[in-house]
Design a protein around this ligand. Structure first.
Ligand SMILES: Cc1cc2nc3c(=O)[nH]c(=O)nc-3n(C[C@H](O)[C@H](O)[C@H](O)COP(=O)(O)O)c2cc1C
Length: 175
C-alpha cells in the first residue's frame, strides 16, 4: 500500500460508502504487548465535536473488542481495498475470543505512529484515535420505533468518540 500522512484539512472521506459498504475495521489494544483485538464496524461517524476532529464508533458490550475499548485509551479505524471484503466479513462474524482471526483474515498488524493500537499493512486508510468521550445508548431516547428493533437482545451499544490524532491514507483520501 502507498499510504502517506494526510493533514486533517485535506482529508476527504465518503461516509456512506465506507461505513455502509464493506465496513471499517476497529482495533483496540496495544501493538507492543500483542494484546489487541479487532472487529468490523458498519455504524459510526466522522466529524468535528468540541472543536476536535473525531471518529465515533458503537460497540455492543457482548463484543470481545468491548473489553479492549474499555481498557485502552486508543484505537484505530482502518479501511481496506474491496478485495478484503471477505476478510472484513470474517472479522465481523468471528470473535477474537475463539482464535487469531486477524491472521486468519490475512491481515498484518503494524505499529501506529501516535497510538498504542495497531494499524495494518494492507489498509488504504488508517485513522489513529484517542478516546475522548463515551456514552451508552438510551432506549428512552429512541424517537423512531425502527431503532429499538435493532436491539432484540437489549444489548444497547456503547458509543466511543476518539480524537483523530493521525491520518495515513492513499491518494483517494486527500482532496
Ligand atoms: C459489516 C459488519 C458491520 C458490523 N458493525 C458493527 C458495529 O458497528 N458495532 C458492533 O458492535 N458490531 C458490529 N458488527 C459485528 C461485529 O463485528 C462482530 O460481532 C464481531 O465478530 C465481534 O468480534 P469480537 O468478539 O472479536 O469483538 C458488524 C459486523 C459486520 C459483518
Amino acid at each position: 500500500m502507498t499510504r502517506k500522512q494526510i493533514s486533517i484539512d485535506t482529508f476527504t472521506f465518503k461516509p456512506m460508502a465506507n461505513w455502509d459498504g464493506q465496513g471499517l475495521l476497529l482495533t483496540s489494544g496495544d501493538w507492543k504487548t500483542g494484546h489487541f483485538n479487532a472487529m468490523t464496524v458498519g455504524w459510526g461517524s466522522l466529524g468535528v465535536m468540541w472543536g476536535l476532529p473525531f471518529v465515533q464508533v458503537v460497540v455492543r458490550p457482548v463484543r470481545y473488542t468491548y473489553q479492549f475499548m474499555e481498557k485502552y485509551d486508543t484505537f484505530t479505524v482502518c479501511a481496506f481495498p474491496e478485495a478484503y471484503a471477505p476478510a472484513l466479513d470474517l472479522l465481523g462474524n468471528k470473535s477474537g475470543r475463539d482464535g487469531d482471526k486477524i491472521s486468519e483474515a490475512g491481515l498484518t498488524p503494524i505499529a501506529s505512529t501516535r497510538v498504542a493500537a495497531p494499524g495494518y499493512a494492507q489498509a488504504v486508510l488508517i485513522l489513529e484515535c484517542r478516546k475522548i468521550y463515551w456514552n451508552d445508548m438510551e432506549k428512552a431516547n429512541f424517537l423512531d420505533p425502527r431503532l429499538e428493533k435493532k436491539y432484540p437482545g437489549k444489548d444497547y451499544h456503547r458509543m466511543y468518540y476518539g480524537e483523530v490524532l493521525s491520518i495515513f491514507g492513499e491518494d483517494l483520501y486527500q482532496a
